[in-house]
Design a binder for this molecule. Structure first.
Ligand code: MN
Length: 422
């Protein structure tokens, strides 16, 4: 079986032309519904393939999987079996869904295996042990540097030598559909310069992608850029919620803390590295040359289009940003190599987010901070409503997809409504 576009794959499942969940994608997720306890599935079109039923019916019997592996509340144990196994499972499902394959199509259990996606509640796909957020878009780092530091020297001296990052809060990562509560905290009153306490007045999103690790390392070991992809299971959309006013007051000298840790939202279907392989592109040229441990001998960048929308209460959604993952200065292999170069261990289910993805043009900025230039400008929505930051009742939606030669692989969406502070 080949994923090559010259060898188009057809499925017996009805899949809309613009669906993110094509036969080429087949992302993994964890779901439940009114009748079923949490379990692992693969999405195609508007359906979910219940892998636990496929397993019960013997479709994976040649793989000798641990019993009940798919009846789990997270993907951790499954992806911990290794890429060889998860790749086989995904390829088996792909094979079973092909138009001319009758094994599942004509099977008596088909109705139990193929469930409606809209009747399912999606859970967090992985139990996230540790979460890192990088800062890998040169355009984003430059914009922030211009706003808060020196427009002439927007990038700090280390920025082109290492992928800057920080350790975030894993416990407050929430799945698409869960609301976010406006954080309260200390901010600096712009008039008096004195600290005040209250709900954040500058709540913002950050348009990001995150990868999930599928293989652990021992403390003391490092992962090379050449081996990095063996450790990456797949990707999700990542909205790294930020309270800019809390962040601005607290971040010196140790970096992001309460302005970030109240929530980050992720899309719930994990798109595998295998599904994204055909959308690989060369990374931007790095000048000055990076140290040896950050050098790459093959491309690790992906052409993935990303979009952010704002939907005020009782209004339609408006697109406020269109960016692309391929423009990131630091790629995923460099991020993982850097994260582990000091011997820091990684575990199955760790999440490493890209940092805000911004492009060169104003319509490709990945945060309201940049779109409104820290509140100096207003962002006009289609309805005429204006925003500088995110208001209570607003829903922020992020989408992402790769498309080439008629093959589409997408992430669905991460959708989050903002509720007033408690
Ligand atoms: Mn971020």
């Amino acid at each position: 079986m080949s994923d090559s576009p010259s060898n188009a794959l057809n499925t017996w499942v009805e899949v809309a032309k613009n669906s993110d969940f094509t036969i080429y994608n087949l992302p993994f997720g964890v779901f439940k519904n009114k009748k079923l306890s949490p379990r692992i599935g693969i999405a195609i079109g508007d359906k979910i393939v219940d892998l636990s039923i496929l397993d019960q019916e013997g479709f994976f019997s040649d793989m000798f999987l641990p019993e009940g592996i798919f009846l789990s509340e997270s993907l951790n144990e499954l992806i911990g079996l290794g890429k060889v196994i998860t790749k086989k499972i995904r390829e088996r499902v792909q094979e079973l869904l092909l138009a001319d394959n009758e094994k599942l199509r004509d099977h008596s259990a088909r109705g139990k295996v193929m469930l409606n996606r809209k009747e399912a509640t999606m859970l967090l796909p992985v139990k996230i042990g540790d979460y890192t957020d990088f800062y890998s878009s040169m355009e984003h780092a430059t914009n922030v540097g211009k706003m808060f530091r020196d427009p002439e020297n927007a990038l700090l001296p280390n920025w082109k030598h290492l992928p800057v990052g920080y350790h975030g809060r894993a416990s407050s990562i929430i799945p698409s559909g869960s609301p976010v509560i406006r954080p309260k905290g200390q901010t600096k009153d712009p008039e008096t310069g004195a600290p005040v306490f209250g709900p954040s007045k500058k709540l913002d999103f950050e348009l990001e992608l995150a990868f999930i690790t599928g293989k652990s390392t021992k403390l003391g070991d490092s992962v090379s850029t050449a081996d990095a992809e063996d450790y990456i299971f797949g990707f999700v959309l990542f909205n790294d919620w930020s309270a800019r006013d809390i962040q601005a007051w607290e971040y010196v000298p140790l970096g992001p803390f309460l302005g970030k840790s109240f929530a980050s939202s992720i899309s719930t279907w994990v798109v595998t590295l295998e599904a994204l392989e055909q959308f690989k592109v060369e990374s931007p040229v790095q000048e000055p040359e990076v140290l040896d441990y950050l050098k790459c001998n093959k491309p690790h960048s992906f052409d993935i289009q990303l979009e952010a929308y704002i939907q005020p209460e009782d209004e339609k959604s408006s697109k406020v940003s269109t960016a692309n993952f391929k423009n990131m200065y630091w790629n995923v292999a460099q991020q993982l190599a850097h994260q582990t170069v000091n011997g820091c261990n990684i575990n199955v289910g760790d999440m490493m987010a890209s940092g805000t993805i911004s492009g060169k043009t104003e319509d490709s900025f990945g945060s309201m901070l940049e779109l409104s230039w820290n509140g100096q400008n207003t962002v006009k929505l289609d309805s005429g409503t204006e925003r500088k930051f995110i208001e209570n009742g607003d829903t922020v939606i992020m989408k992402g997809f790769a498309e080439k030669d008629g093959v589409r692989v997408g992430f669905g969406e991460v959708k989050t409504k903002v509720l007033p502070a408690k």
